[in-house]
Design a protein around this ligand. Structure first.
Ligand code: FES
Length: 162
């Protein structure tokens, strides 16, 4: 198991300290850790447990229940394909399958080069423009399976600074 650096431990402890005195600080702590540290592995959950007095089992349960928390580092670009009902009936499964095929990863996985993470999401509140795909917060409306390759390429180019 990877050992956390001293600065990472200090960062996690400082985030926990922000919510000292809060009655139910766990979601706030975990959200900040996800945003600032990038993921919430077991070593980090242990620190949160020591700081809050909550059991690791309880923290683990929360981290694994919500899809926006991650046990693994995420890619530079997080592709969230909505598989909610409105998107599903408009072909979202074909769209996510195409992302999966072109990237060589399943939903929940990250490409080896660390560039892309593919996530299957529930409704993201954009049913009127189904099927919707969100990439690092930017929402792509009415995504056609034919456009998936171009979308991926545009991010590959951006990553190369082109
Ligand atoms: S079901 Fe996909 S945005 Fe609502």
């Amino acid at each position: 198991m990877a050992k956390l650096s001293e600065s990472a431990v200090a960062q996690i402890e400082a985030i926990c300290d922000r919510y000292e005195g809060e009655k139910t600080p766990l979601m706030m702590i975990l959200s900040d850790i996800q945003n600032e540290y990038g993921y919430i592995p077991l070593e980090v959950q242990r620190i949160v447990s020591q700081k809050t007095g909550l059991s690791v089992a309880e923290i683990y349960g929360v981290v694994t229940f919500y899809s926006f928390f991650s046990l693994e580092p995420k890619g530079k670009y997080v592709i969230g394909c909505c598989l909610g009902t409105a998107c599903y009936v408009k072909g979202a499964q074909i769209v996510i399958d195409r992302f999966s095929e072109l990237l060589g990863i399943k939903p929940g996985e990250t490409t080896k080069d660390g560039l892309f993470t593919l996530d299957a999401l529930r409704c993201i509140g954009a049913c009127g423009i189904a099927p919707a795909v969100s990439i690092n917060g930017k929402v792509y409306p009415k995504v056609d399976v034919e456009h998936v390759e171009d979308i991926i390429e545009s991010y590959r180019k951006e990553a190369k600074g082109a």
